[in-house]
Design a protein around this ligand. Sequence first.
Ligand code: NAP
Ligand code: HSE
Length: 437
Amino acid sequence: MAETPLRIAMIGLGTVGSGVARILQQHRELLQQRAGRPLELRRVVVRDLKKTRDVDLPGSLVTDSLTGVLDDPEVDVVLELMGGTMTARDVVLQALENGKDVVTANKALLCQAGDELFGRAVKLGRTIAFEAAVAGGIPIIAAVSQSMSANRIQSIQAILNGTSNYILSQMLLAGQSYSDALGQAQELGYAEADPTLDIDGTDAAQKLTLLVRLAFGISVPVSDFHVSGIDRIEPIDISSAGELGYTIKLIAQARLGEAGLALSVRPTLVRKDRPLAQTHGSLNAVALDGDSVGPLWMSGRGAGSLPTASAVVADLVDMAVGRAQLTFPRLGLGTPGEPLPIASRDEFVSRFYLRLTVEDRPHVMADVTDILGRRGISLASVIQHEAPEVSGDAASPHVPLIIMTHRTTAGAISAAERELDDLKTVRGNRVCLAVAD
Ligand code: NAP
Ligand code: HSE
């Protein structure tokens, strides 16, 4: 057995970095056996040397000097676990220029600067591995880039954000408020430093672009497809969806169709009996369809210290045995043939759940259904629970009106929504969600 260690420098000792340090300590011998050589953590870079850490490391290992570590000739692999995009980009580029391979969990970075970073890595003969950047502990990058290489992938449908899924699950199963559930997700280490990225759908969209890069060979900016998050969902949406037989999930999807590749991230009503609807808490799930293998399904912890670290350490083992060096360089080379066209977001076809807050008085329902009808949108069901009777001059109460449509296009529903906003009898938060039947 070769005994030359793989010498590792880790930038960041937060949620993910601490998990990596713990696994490297606890599974030292097992990892050495699997990697064929020791995985040696030589340096750890943090911002604040005084911060108390929940993992025990020799003081001599920890430093706040980024450049000292990146320039160290006795480092083979840099783990970028600091997050953010500006400094992280410089760190990755510097590591590559200095002849080091890189492992990162940073989907924001790869989504924003992936073309540049993968291209540079190829030119320099280096590797960037990123299993932890998508769906935390689920080995989805290995599955798509290695295990499914005999397939043309037809579709991906996935829950890719642990924080959103945790919030939706806590609201559904524990009756917790949105803000309490978000606070708990932050305490548990699931959320990004800026949790807006989790709840507005950006994080899931960034992960989807990485899967699309591997599965369909194209690099698509997040701004080129529909992205909405769970930030407008209220308890009434959770209960109304339940009444109709559905659970709300933040679904990222990529589907090959006649118009090209349709991509979106949106809160979606999923039938309660579907596995995606039963994926709760910080769990993520990915359903893939390959032309050879058929449907395939993976689920597991999508966020948190040890699950994410599990994926980072797997990349290290791949680096040590040379697997990552074979798999990842082709990312910077593009794919043969014409790039796939991206389907227009207006052409997305679905049933929709529409919640409006309307004045409870004559003709309101007629006005709403007239707008939908003129757009060719047919109603599948309508729920409006009774409001208390008012008498005399008292203003009409406002009540929620829940409409399920038959199949229509996102373009038609958006145009109808704009008209509904002009009705004086419709006000407040309006929610429009796709329905996955
Ligand atoms: P975190 O808990 O905030 O940790 C970030 C670490 O980076 C901290 O130790 C921080 O140092 C260090 N750091 C930040 N800027 C630095 C700088 N300029 N120089 C040196 N050190 C710096 O973040 P995290 O949750 O571990 O996430 C890290 C990365 O993994 C992010 O890209 C995130 O998107 C990704 N990720 C996270 C999860 C998850 O479940 N948390 C899952 C998958 C992927 P101090 O401790 O001294 O402040
Ligand atoms: N903030 C991310 C999430 C971490 O909640 O899924 C895992 O990438």
